[in-house]
Design a protein around this ligand. Structure first.
Ligand code: ZN
Length: 316
């Protein structure tokens, strides 16, 4: 049996201030804060998850906000650009909306596909592209009609220190298909409807440094725990060294660093974010895994409260 990932499960990045992070991704981009929890490896830091109304795989971006963390540098060994898919005809709406919020946008095209490019408040590079694929968002916030709302990931641009080896891993390990070349990128496709188009920059870029404004890792989808075990064996048979399975509460994860320096994760679709909150109340409370629950009071005291709120348009 040939394993093929259905594409991006989630992307995880470092940022500075937590409230500004919520303001950007929920207030301006209109994503839903689907889970408010902590970094299980560093409980003094939030772990915030934004996605579509359910936080479906292929729509989830997650952040570790740390106001005291150092600023990173985008470069090789990282996801260089996180790409969101909006419905066909929606780019014009977004160009205007981002301008109203004072976010500077450039227009470009890669492999004949137009995009809007901008950065979040911490410098993370984001692009919007129009795609037919993927269900329309059912979540509406901040005055964004669902017909224009972000559906989920369109894909990502990978910056590798060894593009040939990374290409090898995308095709032979993850099961992606090489579908196009152009503008200094190689494009791969996999079988999901969201997060299914990956562009690899063909020339190496200067080495990145982790920190606020950079992506920490990109996770690929596994159907369930059984398939994840197959993935673990499969990844090992291609000479990588995956970690043991880690319980991330909303999915199980294994990690390995591909040969171009990018940290890859393989994450299970289940159980998802409704595991510990009702679907209509996702993201409202600080959720802790059972092993942290006895320390809730101390953990909450350490965290600055955050809220999802409408953002005022810049005047003038
Ligand atoms: Zn992850």
């Amino acid at each position: 049996m040939t394993l093929q990932t259905a594409g991006i499960h989630h992307i995880t990045a470092f940022v500075g201030d937590a409230q500004r992070n919520v303001d950007f991704y929920a207030g301006i981009l209109g994503l839903r804060l689907v889970k408010k929890t902590i970094n299980f490896d560093a409980p003094e830091v939030y772990h915030l998850y934004f996605g579509n109304e359910q936080g479906s795989p292929g729509t989830i971006i997650t952040f570790f906000p740390s106001p005291v963390g150092r600023r990173g540098r985008i470069g090789s060994g990282q996801v260089g650009v996180t790409i969101y898919a909006v419905p066909v005809g929606a780019l014009q709406f977004w160009e205007q909306r981002l301008a109203e919020y004072g976010i500077s946008v450039t227009k470009g095209s890669r492999i004949s596909e137009p995009y809007l490019s901008f950065a979040d408040y911490d410098g993370l590079r984001i692009e919007l592209v129009e795609r037919e694929e993927g269900p329309l968002s059912k979540w509406s916030f901040g005055g964004i009609p669902t017909k224009y709302a972000i559906k989920g990931f369109g894909g990502a641009v990978l910056y590798s220190s060894n593009p040939l080896q990374t290409s090898e891993t995308l095709v032979h390990t993850l099961g992606m298909e090489h579908i196009a070349d152009g503008d200094g990128y190689t494009r791969y496709r996999t079988n999901g409807e969201l997060g299914n188009i990956i562009d690899l920059k063909t020339s190496p870029v200067p080495l990145g440094a982790g920190g606020a404004g950079t992506v920490h890792h990109i996770a690929w989808r596994a159907k369930d725990n059984a398939e994840q075990l197959e993935w673990s064996r499969h990844v090992q048979s291609h000479g990588h060294r995956p970690t043991p399975v880690q319980d991330r509460q909303y999915f199980n994860a294994i990690y390995f660093r591909e040969r171009g320096g990018i940290l890859f994760e393989i994450a299970t679709d289940p159980p998802g974010f409704a595991r510990d909150e009702a679907p209509d109340a996702l993201g409202e409370k600080l959720m802790l895994p059972s092993w942290f629950e006895p320390h809730r009071a101390a953990i909450e005291e350490n965290l600055t409260p955050i809220q999802v709120r409408e953002i005022e348009v810049k005047q003038g």
